[in-house]
Design a protein around this ligand. Structure first.
Ligand code: UDP
Length: 323
């Protein structure tokens, strides 16, 4: 079995590429290394920009793949609000270039809970209305629609996986989250506690939640990797196209994250309370029953502390990340 992983030097892409490789799958990675890190993936790499249609088509013409897992994308919500055109191009055009060539090849697609917009129910199931409130979510939804239309025309099946908050690092501490600039809560809190970064700003404690801070569903990166493997198996066994949420089903508040990080680092997280961040929904928690039921997927990291512990180990062992 030979699988193409686009964006396989990124945070979730490299975790998935490693997960597949350990299970005997032959993995080819495409990454332009604009966000990804060469050290995140030891195997074969084609350094290629998927926006370059000719280069992409030329490279694919010489290859045969049984399936594709497509991660390559830009992933900052705030940046997408500032640079919407760049996001539409980066998050939709590469999928067009891939699907122009890979007729009939099943695709596992990296989608997002950002496709739902503001929640209307305490937890989000796959049939929740999709009304994204930022360009990032809109581009992910557009890509899902493209895959739907391709499937309806009999041109190839797909699995769209809508992640909640990806977090954590490999259990051995060798691979983890390294964004530049970093905007995510858990790495920022750990870096603040370890004295590697500035104090954390909590984006609002005046929300209508038990402690006033926002609630998210943090899902371990290796649990996302295992879900991609399951979704790929589903497609390769002839399963139908579908969408699945990936989360734990349990929400944690920003204050809970800060307390957990402080406890595991052995020193409190220096922080101050700031205003709300524009575009932040109050609560985002998955209903991931469908993935459990259909894919037999079960997250191994159900407790926030177990997840945060892996991230703390990575930041202690690799203070400069992959740099
Ligand atoms: N957050 C925060 N301070 C920060 C970064 C994030 O209070 O410096 C909060 C943010 O408002 C959200 C949660 O932490 O409620 C998770 O944010 P993150 O950016 O990690 O992921 P998002 O939910 O935006 O995808």
């Amino acid at each position: 079995m030979k699988i193409l992983v686009t964006g396989g030097c990124g945070y979730i892409g490299s975790a998935t590429a490693r997960w597949l490789h350990r299970r005997g799958v032959e993995v080819s990675v495409i990454d332009d290394l604009s966000e990804g890190h060469r050290r995140a993936w030891d195997g074969a790499l084609a350094e290629l920009d998927l926006l370059d249609r000719d280069a992409c088509h030329r490279w694919l013409a010489d290859q045969h793949f049984d399936g594709v897992i497509h991660f390559a994308a830009r992933c900052y919500v705030g940046e997408s609000v500032q640079q919407p055109v760049r996001y539409w191009r980066a998050n939709v055009v590469p999928l067009i270039h891939l699907t122009e060539v890979l007729e009939g090849v099943p695709i596992v697609f990296s989608s997002s809970c950002a496709t739902y917009g503001f929640p209307r129910t305490p937890t989000l199931a796959e049939d929740h209305p999709q009304q994204p409130v930022n360009p990032y979510g809109a581009t992910k939804l557009a890509a899902e629609r493209l895959l739907n239309d391709r499937d309806a025309a009999g041109l190839g099946r797909f699995a769209a996986l809508r992640y909640f908050n990806a977090a954590g690092a490999s259990a051995d501490g060798r691979h983890g989250e390294h964004h530049d600039p970093e905007t995510h809560l858990i790495p920022l809190a750990i870096r603040a506690a370890l004295g590697q970064g500035s104090p954390l700003t909590v984006f609002g404690t005046d929300w209508d939640t038990p402690d006033g801070s926002c609630i998210r569903d943090y899902i371990h990166v290796d649990d996302l990797a295992s879900a991609h493997y399951r979704a790929l198996e589903h497609l390769l066994e002839g399963g139908e196209s579908d969408v699945w949420n990936l989360g734990t089903g349990r929400g944690s508040s920003v204050i809970e994250v800060i307390e957990t990080v402080g406890r595991l680092c052995g020193t409190p997280v220096p922080h101050e309370i700031g205003p709300r961040r524009e575009g932040d929904p109050q609560t985002l928690v998955a209903n991931a029953d469908k993935a459990r039921r259909d894919l037999g997927w079960e997250p191994a990291y159900r407790e926030l502390a177990a997840l945060v512990e892996t991230a703390v180990r990575w930041h202690k062992q690799q203070p400069a990340g992959y740099a």
